[in-house]
Design a protein around this ligand. Structure first.
Ligand SMILES: Cc1cc2nc3c(=O)[nH]c(=O)nc-3n(C[C@H](O)[C@H](O)[C@H](O)COP(=O)(O)OP(=O)(O)OC[C@H]3O[C@@H](n4cnc5c(N)ncnc54)[C@H](O)[C@@H]3O)c2cc1C
Ligand SMILES: *[C@@H]1O[C@H](CO)[C@@H](O)[C@H](O)[C@H]1NC(C)=O
Ligand SMILES: *[C@@H]1O[C@H](CO)[C@@H](O)[C@H](O)[C@H]1NC(C)=O
Ligand SMILES: *[C@@H]1O[C@H](CO)[C@@H](O)[C@H](O)[C@H]1NC(C)=O
Ligand SMILES: *[C@@H]1O[C@H](CO)[C@@H](O)[C@H](O)[C@H]1NC(C)=O
Ligand SMILES: *[C@@H]1O[C@H](CO)[C@@H](O)[C@H](O)[C@H]1NC(C)=O
Ligand SMILES: *[C@@H]1O[C@H](CO)[C@@H](O)[C@H](O)[C@H]1NC(C)=O
Ligand SMILES: *[C@@H]1O[C@H](CO)[C@@H](O)[C@H](O)[C@H]1NC(C)=O
Ligand SMILES: *[C@@H]1O[C@H](CO)[C@@H](O)[C@H](O)[C@H]1NC(C)=O
Length: 618
């Protein structure tokens, strides 16, 4: 793990070195155009109608798909390809080189290659490799698993829920061409940045994907000159830039600066991450990533380039900050506050079967850890941890601006309780010159290529203070929800309300008292039938996550890392912000040119026919 990270760092370091020379200016004046708060004209008169469809006795209007008369002609695609500078591809799933053929929607193509297959086998779990593919998803469940790597080349490889075409966009005009084409032809359009989405929102059956990963421009400034009172340091980040890359570039500045990114090195910043809110190691001190946005450059569903900030289109500005991915506009860049990097301390703790096989003892350790979670965040800490049966892996606690001695003092009451209970643990603690050094040393790359369902729930201060035992019981349900289902959890201790008590973003106000945000996961076995998948989804929604919800009164979860099929997703994702978000959606994207499951205003939309056609109920 660590070796792999260092290899990638070297590359990122070199890339950063190339960028630095050209990145010293103040931000372009386009962020401060004097035109005031006017909206661009939102003209949808050229949009194609939906296609009438009946399914299970219900009437729908659907996007246009291959095989229908509405589908663009070969010549239309050729014209689009010319408009996007030859960057239109027919999508071939990443596993195809291990299969003799890809039985694609446009015909069957030979795909097998021994070298290509060896590359796929070696890298299917490699996040960076997966991010670089035109339309691959890191978590593959929502691709429908119809073209996994295999040692049997005669195994079929079909489209699954992948797109038909991909635009590898190099300029903002390419992105606009994709949006305009999709709107005018009625084709389903999806933006794909890094493919980190847990719930498949960057892919979709029969669609046109616009890949924004080439948007790597970064511009730093010491004095932000845009609208509003903020005049401090800032950075303008292109849509395709990833977390570790921006932190590496910030580290090379003099003095070094940081941006509120995710804990994950490879997750994007300006895509789905920030539109969901975006939490990371700095969140307890500085709030969500979205709380730190100063301005966006975007393209609207009607194809207009525009700016969203405090002065221009403030409704859009607010909604893009946590109001849900793929809902309001396509983001070209985001301008964010930066902060001085400072000395930091980190700690890790393991309690697992290497140390004890006593289940009760292990659960008492887990119970103590969780009981102290309010104490940790109330001292300004962040923590990332994983929970599997008989395994607690806290890696790491992050104490920004603190020494290891100070961190040890904060953790001591908890460690003493473990000692008293005779719970065995391994513990390590370390000082770092900067947060960046900690980030590189202590956070690990995660694996790609796994097939899993994702849920999740947040516990706030009141939950931990008054219902910790119920939370622990609910965790027991999550780990063993049914005899034939295995679950695990990824936890994050942070409180955006510690540093930013009142939301300036569209995130759920309930977050401002957060303590623990838990992701729940079910690994889905290869070849699961539709019936098995429905059973597992039901187990996630009504056993695992329901147990967590019942143990809590927070009413809050995270749109990017939760079950989109939970009841009351509107209030769980956005709380009192939801009605305004729904209104804002109906202004900026009234026809549903954009779509992601369970985002504002999508109540009537549904993917029908076993995960294929995107349609609006009529
Ligand atoms: C390994 C891993 C670690 C993670 N760690 C964190 C974490 O630390 N903190 C956290 O908050 N979340 C984390 N996440 C969740 C993350 O927030 C979501 O996966 C998020 O959707 C990723 O956004 P993306 O743009 O990188 O990914 P993508 O999968 O490419 O896109 C996600 C969604 O955003 C839309 N989108 C992408 N780009 C744009 C754009 N330019 N304009 C408009 N819409 C766009 C897509 O259409 C899609 O709906 C993690 C996920 C994974 C898999
Ligand atoms: C909207 O755009 C169409 C062309 O796509 C144009 O004919 C029409 O005049 C425009 N309407 C307005 C109000 O600008
Ligand atoms: C788009 O044009 C490029 C360059 O001419 C070509 O290589 C590519 O195959 C074309 N894409 C499609 C889908 O035809
Ligand atoms: C992961 O993939 C990237 C990009 O293809 C590659 O540079 C890197 O070496 C791979 N990592 C490993 C451990 O193979
Ligand atoms: C998706 O997978 C299921 C099996 O779980 C299969 O029945 C269905 O045909 C697949 N659909 C597509 C479009 O690949
Ligand atoms: C289990 O604990 C040991 C130390 O006791 C540690 O080395 C190992 O990495 C841990 N395993 C997991 C999966 O956390
Ligand atoms: C726990 O059980 C596993 C598997 O039997 C064994 O490898 C491990 O050594 C045991 N741990 C302890 C602390 O006895
Ligand atoms: C946070 O929790 C405390 C204690 O449970 C409560 O008094 C306070 O009102 C809560 N704040 C918010 C913003 O919900
Ligand atoms: C949660 O509580 C509801 C209402 O009391 C109950 O019907 C449901 O079974 C509970 N869910 C779980 C998983 O215990």
């Amino acid at each position: 793990m660590i070796d792999m990270m260092h290899g990638q760092l070297l590359l990122l370091g070199l890339a950063a070195a190339g960028v630095l020379g050209s990145s010293l200016a103040t931000l372009p004046r386009q962020d401060v155009t004097a035109s005031g708060g006017g909206s661009p004209p939102l003209n949808f008169s050229d949009a194609a109608p939906l296609q009438p469809t009946t399914w299970n006795g219900k009437k729908y209007g659907c996007k246009c798909y291959l095989g229908q008369a509405c589908w663009p002609s070969a010549n239309d695609w050729k014209k689009l390809n010319a408009t996007v500078g030859g960057n239109l591809l027919v999508d071939i799933p990443p596993g195809a080189p291990c299969h003799n053929t890809f039985q694609g929607p446009l015909g069957t193509v030979n795909t097998y290659s021994a070298a290509g297959c060896a590359d796929v086998q070696a890298n299917f779990a490699n996040e960076t490799w997966t991010v670089e593919k035109p339309a691959a998803e890191l978590w593959t469940y929502w691709t429908n698993e119809t073209c996994r790597p295999t040692v049997d080349p005669s195994a079929p490889c079909t489209l699954g829920y992948y797109p038909v075409y991909v635009i590898l966009a190099k300029t903002k005009e390419h992105i606009k061409a994709g949006i305009d084409f999709a709107r005018q032809k009625g084709v389903r359009m999806i933006v794909r940045n890094t493919g980190h989405d847990f719930i498949g929102r960057s892919t979709g059956w029969g669609s046109l994907v616009i890949n924004t990963h080439s948007f790597q421009d970064v511009t730093w400034t010491k004095t932000y000159t845009g609208p509003g009172s903020y005049t401090g340091t800032a950075v303008k980040i292109g849509a395709g830039v990833q977390g570790r890359s921006i932190l590496t570039q910030g580290h090379a500045r003099n003095p070094p600066v940081v941006v509120v990114t995710g804990e994950c090195p490879t997750v994007g910043i300006a895509g789905g991450f920030i539109q969901g809110g975006g939490h990371g190691p700095w969140t307890t001190l500085k709030g969500f990533s979205a709380d730190n946005v100063l301005s966006f450059e975007v393209i609207t569903a009607s194809g207009q380039f525009t700016i969203a900030n405090e002065a221009q289109n403030p409704d859009l500005f607010w909604a893009l900050k946590g109001g849900g991915p793929a809902s309001f506009a396509v983001i070209l860049s985001v301008t964010m506050k930066t902060f001085p990097d400072v000395k930091s301390a980190g700690a890790i703790l393991y309690i697992n079967s290497t140390l004890t096989n006593d289940t009760n003892l292990w659960w008492s350790g887990m119970t103590s850890f969780h009981k102290y979670s309010n104490h940790f965040v109330d001292n300004g800490l962040y923590a990332y941890f994983e929970v599997l049966p008989q395994t607690l892996r806290v890696r790491p606690w992050v104490a920004i601006g603190k020494t290891a001695a100070q961190l040890k003092t904060i953790l001591q009451p908890f460690l003493s309780e473990l000692d008293t209970e005779k719970v065995p643990y391994e513990f390590a603690i370390k000082d770092f010159n900067t947060f960046y050094d900690l980030y590189i040393d202590m956070f690990e790359d995660e694996a790609a290529g796994g097939s899993a369902l994702t849920g999740g729930w947040m516990f706030n201060h009141d939950d931990v203070a008054n219902r910790n035992d119920q939370i622990i019981n609910a965790m027991k349900t999550v780990l063993a929800p049914a005899p034939d289902v295995f679950g695990f959890m990824i936890g994050h201790l942070f409180n955006p309300g510690y540093g930013v008590p009142v939301a300036n973003s569209a995130t759920n106000p309930g977050w401002r008292n957060a303590t623990d945000f838990l992701i729940t996961t079910i690994i889905v076995e290869d070849g699961a039938s539709l019936a098995r998948k429905a059973y597992l989804q039901n187990t996630l929604t009504y056993k695992m996550d329901d147990a967590l919800r019942n143990a809590s009164r927070s009413g809050t979860t995270y749109v990017n890392e939760a079950d989109p099929f939970q009841p009351n997703w509107q209030s769980h994702f956005w709380g009192s912000a939801y009605p305004q978000l729904k209104k804002t959606r109906s202004k900026w994207d009234p026809l549903g040119i954009f779509y992601a499951v369970s985002t504002p205003g999508t109540e009537d939309w549904q993917v029908i026919q076993d995960g294929t056609k995107l349609c609006k109920a009529l």
